[in-house]
Design a binder for this molecule. Structure first.
Ligand SMILES: Nc1ncnc2c1ncn2[C@@H]1O[C@H](COP(=O)(O)OP(=O)(O)OP(=O)(O)O)[C@@H](O)[C@H]1O
Ligand SMILES: [Mg+2]
Length: 358
């Protein structure tokens, strides 16, 4: 339905100005008629004309000032709000009371300014956050690269300097430690590289239909020996009629490896780890649960963040960079799935991946 012309006219600045002026002139007209009648009666013609001219000019000036002040009131408020926005370092968006949703030209300008200021404030906050994260990332990466590099250099130099003075066993041991640090460095660089590519959407998925339950059992098998060495009970419980999923096998293997590695790392000897696959409606659910130390509820919201480690202090030298879950989540997102975590400190943690059936 088209809005009524009168109300539309009143909703514009031009319409308001015209109506205000009309009211002023009608008032002047009425006063003129009343005074002229009285003066005609008393035959004071010259005085009548002079009074009318002066009266009209003064009245029009006052009326114009009042109308102008009324119409520019919101513009002045907007100017003050913009000033305050600038003074706040573009952090607090503009808030102007637009008097019951007034939507004339000034109302729309104020609305647009409010929206613009909100955008500027959010984007500025985002930029600052990204910049902070980038600086943190650089600091963390350089720290994590420096530690294994320094150890590697130390052990290799020792082998070189002490050369003949080293027994065959010691030489072998030092070289082995150097190789371990080298592997850790290679893993860190690989994870960083992979995560950067995953986040930049530069990874091409090799999607195919395959039974995730078989893959889960294979990966569990792969970790069986190291779990046994650490006195952990690692088992798989997959449903017999688990439907296949459409995914990149290599990536899904990486997801399982990251989750099982974490479970093994954060579960003390004697604990249990279970990898389960089951069907829930038209989805397939993959679960990795452990009876480990769990994640504190203050940390649980951040574990999927890149470079986040709940235990930064105690394990910063243990070779884990805090990239595993960030990579895992990105892979799952690229497959259109979801990952969530539930944990009770001291009792254990369960990661659940929800994927679409093929
Ligand atoms: N199963 C788990 N039990 C307890 N804490 C966990 C578990 N899985 C993850 N976490 C916590 O979440 C943090 C982030 O995990 P993530 O896999 O991203 O990094 P990481 O294992 O420390 O390092 P990386 O995987 O890069 O070697 C871990 O540092 C740990 O504090
Ligand atoms: Mg990990």
């Amino acid at each position: 339905m088209r809005p009524n012309t009168d109300s539309r006219l009143f909703a514009t600045l031009y319409g308001r100005l015209a109506i205000s002026l009309m009211v002023v002139f009608v008032a002047i007209g009425a006063i003129m008629i009343v005074t002229s009648q009285r003066m005609f009666e008393t035959q004071r013609l010259f005085e009548l004309v002079a009074n009318l001219v002066v009266g009209t000019v003064v009245f029009s000036l006052i009326a114009a000032l009042v109308v102008f002040r009324f119409l520019t009131l919101r513009l002045r408020r907007l100017a003050c709000a913009i000033e305050a926005f600038r003074a706040s370092g573009f952090a607090h968006p503009i808030r102007v009371d637009t008097q019951n949703g007034n939507d004339d030209e000034i109302g729309r300008i104020i609305g647009a300014f409010q929206e613009m200021s909100e955008r500027i404030a959010t984007q500025l906050a985002q930029l600052e956050q990204v910049d902070r994260q980038r600086r943190e990332l650089l600091a963390n990466v350089s720290h994590d690269l420096r530690t294994p590099l320094a150890s590697m250099q130390g052990y290799l130099e020792m082998v070189l300097i002490r050369d003949e003075g080293l027994s065959q066993d010691d030489r072998y041991r030092y070289l082995q430690i150097a190789v371990k640090h080298c592997e850790r460095l290679a893993r860190l660089v690989r994870d960083l590289f992979d995560l950067t590519k995953l986040e930049a959407n530069e990874v091409r998925l090799q999607v195919e239909a395959f039974p995730i339950s078989e893959l889960a059992q294979d990966v569990v098998q792969k970790f069986a020996l190291s779990a046994h060495k650490r006195d952990l009970r690692l088992s798989a419980s997959v449903c017999a009629d688990c439907p296949p999923i459409r995914a990149d096998i290599g990536m899904m293997e990486r997801v399982l490896e990251n989750l099982i590695e974490n479970a093994m790392r954060y579960t003390p000897a004697g604990g249990e780890i279970n990898v389960g696959v089951r069907r829930t409606g038209d989805r397939v659910e993959l679960q990795v649960s452990d009876t480990g130390r769990g994640i504190h509820h203050d940390d649980i919201g951040n574990v999927f963040d890149r470079y986040y480690r709940a235990d930064r202090g105690e394990s910063s030298d243990a070779g884990n960079a805090g990239l595993g879950l960030a990579i895992t989540r990105r892979i799952i997102e690229l497959h259109g799935g979801r990952i969530r975590v539930e944990s009770t400190p001291g009792l254990g943690t369960t990661f659940t991946v929800d994927l679409a059936m093929a």
